[in-house]
Design a protein around this ligand. Sequence first.
Ligand code: BG6
Length: 487
Amino acid sequence: MTNKFPENFLWGGAISGSQADGGWNEGGKGLNTQDLRYFDADWNRAQRDENRNINMTTELFNKALTDTDLEHYPFRWGNDFYHTYKEDLRLLSEMGLKVFRTSITWSRIFPKGDETEPNAEGLAYYKSMFEEAKRLGMKVFVTILHYDTPVHLITEYGGWKNRQMIDFYVTYAKALYENLGDLVDFWLPFNEINASKFNPYNGASIIKDQEENYEQAIFQATHHQFLANALAIKAGKEILPDAIFGGMIARFESYPATSHPDDVMQSILDENYTNYFYIDVMARGKYPSYTKRMFDSKGISIVIEDGDLEILKANTIDFISYSYYMSMVSTTSKEHEKTSGNLVSGNKNPYLESSEWGWQIDPVGLRISLNQMYDRYQLPIIIAENGIGARDVVEDGKVHDDYRISYLNSHFEQMAEAIADGVEVLAYTMWGIIDIVSCGTIEMSKRYGVIYVDRDERGHGSNERIPKDSYYWYQKVIETNGEDLSY
Ligand code: BG6
């Protein structure tokens, strides 16, 4: 079939502040949780993967608070976007990008997180960035919190399990609406609000060894984030009546491993607990009935105060958003072969190829998930992240990343199929459009971009930007509004 994308379809690209910006101690910025994540370029594959899974310990956290050895903290230097954003946005606009997604770093606006007056220098940085994007003809899609919570909110308040976080967050969101509101087209209060379940440090700033009841803390923190999300939408609509708000998850498509009814049931449970629960609350405005059994079985009893459920009910999202990288399978069998994936490891699907990091490549899964999500919520969808992390090589000043083009090609074909199925897809923001530090394993060598950044895992390099073959391919895709996906 010919690929048909709606007129004005928003072809985009995405990054996050902590993975791209650098400038970790500039512009009045305070330390945040991502600045403290340690990495060693001499680690082997297993150690790198283990580092992703152990999250954070009190010992590592405390050491990082005063550690000034930059080499081991890649989030402190990223790809230097803090200094190169004008040039990077120019390259993106020359490719034809229609929408640019990034996140605001809370600790640039409120360095400690509990102040009442925002840091003017931090606001000026984003104002300049967004004005530049607009000047170049791109829409701006902002994530208000993408994992980088100010550290003072952890040392002083214990992070998201503390209800006071809601007020601090809403104060922060209001400062953004008041100062940057006219430059932003789409708002996403939280990146992947289901991340707390899989990576509680990133998602909810929870340090495991400090919790007596880890799961309880995670779901209490999630409740606070649901409320913060709802109250941020409420404040946003009061200050900016036309503002559009989305709710985002990391989408873990999970097929039954076999047609055995137990596997089918397991797949329903996995879908409910890892995916739907979070969007159900944000889109339908209430805790779904299956959460009671989930909480009871884990002995979790979260505190829901009077009025909380009304807040959730009254302030729901306008669009659905999710990251989609891979799929898994669900089974009750303990013997099933395992593989890695975004945020989680899971069961291997014998029909799929995997990336070098073990993430199973499943373009049809994108079409399936789009159908499922649209059918369930009947709200427009933005694919906020999708792409492939790979080890790119520069040869004679060029990067021949045919594997990335092939990945994008097959996912775009399936997105077009989903649109033909009747799914309303507003935009697609390809992940890591310029090479950035990987979030899970903190490796600069796991690259997603269509623009190469000359920086190694120790932060050394010329920092030069080199458009890859995929840059020119994506340029053609955008120019033809997806009709020409050939390569
Ligand atoms: C998403 C995150 O879950 O996955 C991004 O929102 C992250 O921040 C992306 O970069 C890809 O994961 P990774 O670990 O390969 O960087």
